[in-house]
Design a protein around this ligand. Structure first.
Ligand code: NAD
Length: 438
C-alpha cells in the first residue's frame, strides 16, 4: 500500500517506519525542513529504542521517504495518517489548528479516494470537523476515520508492531477493509482490531490515558497518606497489585506523571466534560494532586538544608519524563530544577538521553551544568535528587558516590532503592510514601 504520514514526530515517525517495515511504501511529511533534511541524510531525530535499525533499513531499501511538501507526500496515497501535535490551548482544550490546517490543505490535493486517519489524540467530534474541512475543497470521495495511537515512548516500536489492540472508529465499510489490510501483519497473534464509531474511538483514547493518570495519582495519594501514618507504599503496591482485578502495572508512587500525553489529555478530557456540562470531578482532583506531587520532595530538601538552598549544588539524575526516552515535555525534573534555581541552588545534571533537549530550553538550559556521566554530576554536590528511574541509577557504585558527594543524602522521586539498603549504607534517604531513613 502507498501511505502518507503527515507530522513526523514520535508518533508519526514510529507509524511511518513500522508500516514501511511491513512492506508499505511510506512518505512522511513534516513542516520542519531541518528535521526532514536530517532524516533524508539518514539521521533519526528522536531517541526511541529499536527505531533506528528499522528506520535505516527502510530508508535504505527505499520504502521510507521524507518531504516537506504535502502535495508530494500524499501523491497516490491510499492512506493518509495525520500524526500532528494537539497541544493544550489556553482553555485546556486540545488545539486543533495543526490538524484542521492540514485538513483544509488536503482537500484540493486529493486526486483519488483515500482514507484519512486521525492518529493524533483529538477530542470527540474532531473526525467530523476534519471531514468538513477537507470537503470544503475536495473533488473526490474520501473517508475520515479515527485510529488513536496507544504506543508508549521508550517501547514504541514494540507497542506499534504488537499492539494490545487497534481501535478504529469508522462507519465506512470501504475504510474498514483498508484498515484490516493495513493492520493485518500487526495483529497476527490474535490481538483484536476493535471497530466502533468515530466518537467512541476518540473518547477511548482519552479514557485510556485518563484512567492511567487516575491509577498513578491514586497511588501517589496512598503514598502521601503512608508517609503520615507510617506505612510503606511499596508494600501496599505489592499487596494490592497481586489482586488480578487491580493488576501490577501503573502502581508505582513517585513525583507524578509527565510527558506529552497524560497532562494534556487529562486536561482536554476535563475541558470536554465542561463543554458538555458534566462535572468530571475526579479529573480535577487528578490534575491538582499531580501538580503538587511533582515538587513533593522540595520541602524535604529545604528542611534538610535548614530552610535555604542558596549556594547549594544539587545533583540531578534523570531529566526525561520517564526512562528510555529523550522526551522532556512536562517532565517532573524540570519543575524541580526551576524551583531549585529560583531558590538560588546550582544544578548539575545527568541524563543518558535528554540533556540536549534540556540544554535547549530558553529559561534554564544555560543555567545547568550537564555532566558526561552520572558520577560526575555528584562531584562537590551537596545532595542528589533522582527524578527519572533509568536502570543505570538502580545499582550504582555507592562508594564512588560517597567520595564525590559532600553529604550522604539522596532525595529519590522514583523509589529506586530499598530502605534497608540505604539504612545499611548510612545514607540519609528521602523517598515517596516511605519513611525517611537515617
Ligand atoms: P511531536 O510534536 O513529536 O510531532 C509532531 C510533528 O508534527 C512535528 O515533527 C512537527 O514538526 C510536525 N508538524 C506540525 N505541523 C505540521 C504541519 N502543518 N505539517 C506537517 N507536519 C507538521 O508529537 P507526537 O508526540 O508525535 O504526538 C502527535 C500526536 O499523537 C498528539 O496528538 C499526541 O497526543 C498523540 N500521541 C502521542 C503519543 C506519544 O507518546 N508521543 C502517544 C499516543 C498519541
Amino acid at each position: 500500500m502507498k501511505l502518507a504520514v503527515v507530522g513526523t514526530g514520535y508518533v508519526g515517525l514510529v507509524t511511518g517506519t513500522c508500516f514501511a517495515e511491513t512492506g508499505n511504501q511510506v512518505t512522511c511529511v513534516d513542516i520542519d525542513a531541518r528535521k526532514v533534511e536530517k532524516m533524508r541524510s539518514g539521521i533519526i531525530p528522536i531517541y526511541e529504542p529499536g527505531l533506528e535499525e528499522l528506520f535505516l533499513r527502510n530508508t535504505n531499501e527505499g520504502r521510507l521517504q521524507f518531504t516537506t511538501s504535502l502535495a508530494e507526500g500524499i501523491e497516490g496515497a491510499e492512506v493518509i495518517f495525520l500524526a500532528l501535535p494537539t497541544p493544550p490551548g489556553e482553555d485546556g482544550s486540545a488545539d486543533l489548528k495543526y490538524i484542521l490546517g492540514v485538513a483544509k490543505d488536503l482537500g484540493p490535493l486529493l486526486k483519488q479516494y483515500a482514507v484519512i486517519i486521525d492518529k493524533s489524540t483529538v477530542p470527540v467530534g474532531t473526525a467530523e470537523k476534519v471531514r468538513a474541512a477537507i470537503a470544503e475543497n475536495a473533488t473526490v470521495d474520501f473517508d475520515v476515520i479515527s485510529n488513536p495511537e496507544f504506543l508508549r515512548e521508550g517501547v514504541a516500536v514494540e507497542d506499534f508492531m504488537k499492539p494490545d489492540r487497534v481501535v478504529i472508529g469508522t462507519s465506512s465499510e470501504k475504510a474498514k477493509a483498508v484498515m484490516n489490510r493495513l493492520y493485518a501483519p500487526l495483529v497476527r497473534q490474535g490481538n483484536p482490531i476493535i471497530f466502533m464509531d468515530e466518537r467512541s474511538a476518540e473518547m477511548t483514547k482519552y479514557a485510556a490515558n485518563a484512567f492511567l493518570a487516575v491509577k498513578i495519582t491514586f497511588m501517589n495519594e496512598i503514598a502521601n497518606l503512608c508517609e503520615k501514618v507510617g506505612a510503606n507504599v511499596d508494600d501496599i503496591r505489592r499487596g494490592i497489585g497481586t489482586d488480578s482485578r487491580i493488576g501490577k502495572r501503573f502502581l508505582f508512587a513517585g513525583i507524578g506523571y509527565g510527558g506529552s500525553c497524560f497532562p494534556k489529555d487529562v486536561q482536554a478530557l476535563h475541558k470536554t466534560s465542561q463543554d458538555y456540562d458534566y462535572d468530571f470531578s475526579i479529573l480535577q482532583s487528578v490534575m491538582s494532586v499531580n501538580e503538587d506531587q511533582k515538587t513533593k520532595l522540595i520541602p524535604h530538601v529545604l528542611d534538610y538544608f535548614g530552610g535555604d538552598v542558596k549556594g547549594k549544588t544539587i545533583a540531578i539524575w534523570g531529566l526525561a519524563f520517564k526512562p528510555y526516552t529523550d522526551d522532556i515535555r512536562e517532565a517532573p525534573a524540570l519543575y524541580n530544577i526551576r524551583e531549585l534555581i529560583a531558590q538560588g541552588a546550582h544544578i548539575k545534571a545527568y541524563d543518558p538521553e535528554a540533556m540536549e533537549n534540556v540544554a535547549n530550553l530558553a529559561d534554564i538550559g544555560s543555567k545547568i551544568t550537564f555532566t558526561k556521566d552520572a558520577y560526575s554530576a555528584l562531584v562537590d554536590a551537596d545532595a542528589l535528587m533522582i527524578m527519572t528511574e533509568w536502570p543505570q541509577f538502580r545499582t550504582p557504585e555507592f562508594e564512588k558516590m560517597e567520595s564525590r558527594l559532600k553529604n550522604k543524602v539522596i532525595f529519590d522521586g522514583r523509589n529506586v532503592y530499598e530502605l534497608e539498603d540505604m539504612q545499611e549504607k548510612g545514607y540519609t534517604y528521602y523517598s515517596i510514601g516511605r519513611e525517611k531513613v537515617n
